[in-house]
Design a protein around this ligand. Structure first.
Ligand SMILES: Cc1ncc(COP(=O)(O)O)c(C=O)c1O
Length: 446
């Protein structure tokens, strides 16, 4: 470090080196070759699902009607645009989102984040005391890394096919002993990222009841935050319809986080939090004010227009698109990688598959990873003439599991692939590269 280095806060010091996944993605992005390399790592949505024309129409409509969309190019209020809040509630009512009864919806508060769910997650961590956060393992690594840098401790609990395991949760909390009092909140992703496991309604209720019990034991309210980023893209028609926990939250501890990123466009940066009025929510509003006053009014009003005018057909299009891809990709996973796999999760919702190899390591630097990223050092495998052969990029499971959790070892044999961003042709090509990588790694081991 230089003598005259600018002094940093604890958070600042922990943020100097990029989180592992950002480091990996930045290094790929630097020399990513459009149309050659295939990125199954990013959580980007599919470009074809973004309604560009409709967004353009909405922009014109908003600017043409200043009496309805007031001051759309000015600063906004920290709770968000009234039009958008009204449109979100109306969307929930019309499309029966979460099966919320009208009466519950009426008294539920909605706060729009300054920049998607991401910013609300940051805000809630900012206003809650430091301590232990309970979440599912594998975990939404991006937010969990943020929490750790902010000084929280993650208690990651393995999931089964219904979501976070209640028996393991009870065990782990028992093992905390007197440190149980340090539990601050639960963060549950309802369509888990990276696994796309759908939290069942039965499990959702068990989580809330467990939090009621813990709150009573501790003599304080311990909130549960359900992150529903992918909940509107459950595309398997056989999957259970999610029931919002807001309808049975008798104690005012449940908050839900929703987003328009996956169903309209991430660039709108619209995420919202729904739940009971409370001092906590007031503090979140103040935080929104502190970091930027509000989400940009123009994208809030555009989103309001889109929810009012075309969300039903848009949802149908998005769901059909991901369904088709999920089915095709599952087929290729079975065909090309089946013989190497112990488990494949996902395929009913969202756009990730989470694979567990029976014996193969997938970590950065493993033979499998080096083959897929063309860094084996063997010219024939890495290059064709002077050019690097096409690379397939994925998220190693090691990044997705908690480093001190029960899955730390198995995570080294796991990976997440996304079928969101890339088109089918590219995805098939990438899965074939992963097959060749598995064959190479098997040979290396022999
Ligand atoms: C679980 C989860 N929560 C939140 C987000 C981000 O949502 P937003 O775009 O609204 O910030 C993502 C994005 O991939 C996600 O996977």
């Amino acid at each position: 470090m230089k003598d005259q280095e600018i002094r940093l806060s604890e958070y600042g010091q922990k943020s100097v080196s990029a989180a592992p996944v950002s480091r990996m993605m930045v290094s790929f992005a630097r020399d990513f070759r459009e149309g050659v390399d295939i990125n199954l790592g990013v959580g980007y949505v599919n470009e074809k699902t973004i309604p560009g024309r409709k967004i353009e129409e909405a922009l014109h409509a908003v600017l043409a009607r200043p009496e309805r969309y007031r001051q759309a190019l000015n600063y906004g209020e920290p709770q968000g645009s009234n039009n958008l809040i009204h449109s979100i509630k109306d969307f929930y009512r019309r499309c029966h989102i979460g099966g919320l009864p009208g009466k519950v919806l009426e008294k539920t508060e909605v706060v729009i984040g300054p920049s998607g769910i991401t910013s609300l997650l940051e805000a809630l961590a900012q206003v809650l005391p430091r301590g232990i956060v309970i979440t599912t393992d594998p975990m939404y690594y991006i937010y969990c890394h943020v929490l750790e840098r902010m000084g929280f401790e993650i208690l990651a609990v393995p999931e089964d096919e219904e979501g976070i395991r209640m028996d393991r949760l009870a065990e782990k909390v028992k093992r905390l002993g007197v440190r149980k009092k340090e539990i601050q909140f639960l963060y549950i992703v309802t369509i888990n990222n990276p696994t796309c496991t759908i939290l069942s309604n039965r499990r959702r209720r068990q989580i809330v009841e467990w939090a009621f019990k813990l709150s009573a034991e501790e003599g304080r309210s311990i909130p549960v935050f359900f992150d529903k980023a992918y909940e509107e893209i459950i595309h398997d028609p056989r999957a259970e319809k999610p029931q919002s926990a807001l309808s049975y939250d008798g104690q005012g501890i449940v908050y839900e986080l929703g987003s328009l990123s996956k169903i309209l466009a991430p660039a709108l940066r619209i995420g919202y939090m729904m739940g009971p009025a409370s001092a906590f929510l007031q503090a979140v509003r103040q935080r929104i004010n502190d970091v930027g006053f509000s989400a940009p009014m123009i994208t809030q009003e555009i989103s309001s227009y889109l929810l009012d005018h075309c969300i039903e057909e848009q949802l149908a299009k998005v769901i059909a698109g991901y369904r088709e891809k999920a089915v095709a990709v599952r087929r290729w996973i079975e065909e090309y990688l089946g013989e190497f796999l112990a488990e494949c999760r996902g395929g009913q919702a969202g756009f990730y598959y989470y694979l567990t190899f029976a014996a193969m390591e997938t970590t950065e630097g493993s033979p499998f990873f080096r083959f897929a990223s063309r860094t084996t050092g063997n010219r024939v495998l890495d290059r064709e003439g002077e050019a690097l052969r096409p690379r397939a990029i994925y998220i190693p499971g090691e990044i997705c599991v908690h480093s001190k959790g029960d899955l730390a070892a198995i995570g080294k044999r796991q990976l997440r692939i996304s079928y969101g961003f890339e088109e089918l042709e590219g995805i098939e090509k990438a899965i074939k590269i992963l097959r060749d990588a598995a064959l190479y790694a098997r040979k290396e081991r022999e």
